[in-house]
Design a protein around this ligand. Structure first.
Ligand code: FES
Ligand SMILES: [Fe+2]
Length: 411
């Protein structure tokens, strides 16, 4: 504890963190208690739970969590630990069940988590009061967040819902389906994974596929260097937005930038794709001919959205890419990406899966490599926290400040 206080004292705003924040087991344990178990964590999307009883299991540190579409059609979350002798109830990652039955002695819980059967427990035993322990869950227009705290901060969630739902609702996630999910285990501390996600300073040199459609201003690119050219680009951007806004208004899309403030832990930015692209594909063409339900014609927009600390999303006119990061240890992080299309879209007719996923498969692999070389370099005796670029890494600074505040709040 004292050691962490001392490390926090060494942190200089506008700079990276001291090495131990990325390498030490002790700090990681503190991260678990102060960050992962106290904040709202993105864990999935409603499109995965089409039918009653469909479930997924997500592991957050020592806690295995069941997400399941319940009796009243809402997605619920429970600790995956039987109230009898603690066994895990769902032993596969996903499936569909009428009830949740513990494999050990068949205690049976309904989809609301109530215990409805426990054999041979004697006359004095009552099922009542022995339901599964619920986990706080919230849906932001279909994006699912859980909170493992004993007293979750619902005010945080209510504010985020009010701010973000107008953007997300347009995409009708309940009418989409997940057609691909890919897990990467990155050999890097979770903060390096997130830091890398919060800037596009690295994009020019590292993401050739993404750059076919990515706007240079997307996340503070920092180019072109010539200020006269920068002014010309800024003018073009203003003109492009002036033209787009009435179209978005007509479609009923929420598009005003929702940028960061000191107490905001999420961001939504509507972007216009570059170079005539209509989607995030290598050639800029649509990835899926069946557009998302809100669109009657192709639109070259990308709603780029993220939340501290563990999610980022791209909403295009023809598909959605949504990513969550789950910390596994001080130097390993799970990055799970899902691709969604209209629930009626047919593979082979409306979309080719490889084309659909290509840009973000490549981009994620490139980002994995960047996070891993950062981790390896930070282990060096020579590492000293360097300065962030005000021009291109403002969002990284915001993330690190948010993180430091989370740690300080527990002291
Ligand atoms: S541990 Fe679950 S029924 Fe016994
Ligand atoms: Fe990247």
């Amino acid at each position: 504890m004292e050691h962490i206080t001392e490390l926090l004292r060494q942190y200089r705003q506008g700079h990276g963190l001291p090495a131990e924040f990325y390498t030490s087991k002790e700090v990681f344990r503190y991260d678990i208690e102060q960050v992962f178990k106290k904040t709202w964590i993105y864990v999935g999307v409603v499109s995965e739970f089409k039918k009653k009883g469909e479930f997924r299991v997500v592991q957050v540190d020592n806690n295995s969590i069941i997400l399941v579409r319940g009796e009243q059609d809402e997605v619920r979350a429970f600790h995956n630990s039987c109230r009898h002798r603690g066994a895990q109830i769902c032993v596969t990652d996903k499936g569909r069940v009428p009830n949740l039955v513990c494999p050990y002695h068949q205690w049976t819980y309904n989809l609301n988590g109530d215990l409805i059967y426990a054999g041979r427990m004697g006359e004095n035993f009552s099922c009542k009061g022995n339901g599964l322990k619920p986990v706080a869950i919230a849906s932001v227009a279909g994006l699912l967040f859980i909170n493992l705290a004993d007293d979750p901060c619902y005010a945080d969630m209510d504010k985020m819902k009010a701010d973000l739902e107008p953007y997300v609702r347009f995409y009708q996630l309940d009418k989409l389906k997940v057609v691909k999910e890919i897990d990467l285990i990155e050999k890097a501390n979770w903060k390096l994974v997130v830091e890398n996600n919060r800037e596009c300073y690295h994009c020019g040199a590292n993401h050739p596929e993404l750059l076919n459609s990515w706007p240079p201003y997307g996340a503070g690119f920092g180019w072109p260097d010539d200020p006269r050219e920068a002014a010309a680009v800024a003018r073009q951007i203003d003109e492009a937005y002036a033209k787009k806004r009435p179209q978005w208004d007509r479609l009923g899309m929420t598009h005003e930038p929702l940028d960061l403030t000191a107490d905001r832990w999420y961001r939504a930015m509507m972007m216009i794709l570059e170079k005539g692209a209509l989607s995030q594909t290598v050639n800029g063409e649509l990835a899926c001919r069946k557009l998302l339900p809100g669109f009657s014609e192709p639109d070259n927009s990308d709603l780029s959205m993220w939340t501290h600390f563990n999610s980022w999303h791209h909403f295009l006119c023809d598909h959605v890419v949504t990513t969550m990061a789950i910390p596994l240890s001080e130097d390993r992080t799970l990055v799970r990406t899902r691709w969604l299309v209209h629930e009626d879209a047919q593979e082979g007719t409306d979309y080719d899966l490889e084309t659909l996923i290509h840009v973000w498969v490549q981009t994620n692999d490139q980002d994995k490599w960047l996070a891993e070389i950062s981790q390896a370099g930070i282990r060096s005796d020579a590492y000293r926290p360097g300065p962030y670029s005000e021009e291109t890494e403002g969002l990284v600074m915001n993330f690190i400040d948010w993180y430091v505040k989370q740690l300080q709040s527990g002291r």
